[in-house]
Design a protein around this ligand. Structure first.
Ligand code: OFO
Length: 165
């Protein structure tokens, strides 16, 4: 059985992951309308992954005797002044998500919920990868700046990047 405080915190995380999915979906749509297919494909895929992160948590909470709540989500940002702003938000968002996962780990340990602690290790590893990936992309985009040619090539790279993973 999940301690109540753990169930509440995991439910918060379900919302965080669902909002991540919406944020990346909004980014995908923005990039697609601008004609950047590679960046859009990458963002659509990120959005799908976040939905899976959300579902994994939802199933876990129910399996452990809690009740996973599907709640209303905040509206994501719908406009970006540049790709550099967009990818900075992606990176900063992942850093924030890592902090909330760490907070869950903390609660699990404090309340001796070792099953949840074990379950959360998957998210800990996932966040290491996601943060690192977002940082690599952000560094690239910062190098490119506003160069149209650079962005065109970057978009092509993102197509390959997305089809590999
Ligand atoms: Fe769910 O990993 Fe990103 O946010």
């Amino acid at each position: 059985m999940l301690p109540d405080i753990m169930a509440a915190a995991l439910n918060e995380q379900i919302k965080v992951e669902a909002e991540s999915s919406q944020i990346y979906l909004a980014m995908a749509s923005w990039a697609e309308v601008k004609g950047f297919e590679g960046i859009a494909a990458f963002m659509f895929k990120q959005s799908d992954e976040e939905r899976l992160h959300m579902l994994k948590l939802l199933k876990y909470v129910n399996q452990r005797g809690g009740y996973a709540v599907v709640s209303a989500l905040d509206e994501p940002r719908l406009d970006y002044s540049s790709f550099s702003v967009l990818f900075r938000q992606l990176y900063e968002h992942e850093v924030k998500v890592s902090a909330s996962i760490n907070n869950l780990v903390d609660i699990a340990l404090t309340h001796k919920d070792y099953a949840t602690h074990n379950f959360l290790q998957w998210y800990v590893s996932e966040q290491i990868e996601e943060e690192a990936q977002a940082k690599v992309i952000l560094d690239k985009i910062d190098l490119i700046g506003d160069s149209k040619g650079g962005l065109y090539m970057f978009d092509n790279d993102m197509k390959n990047f997305t089809s590999q993973g």
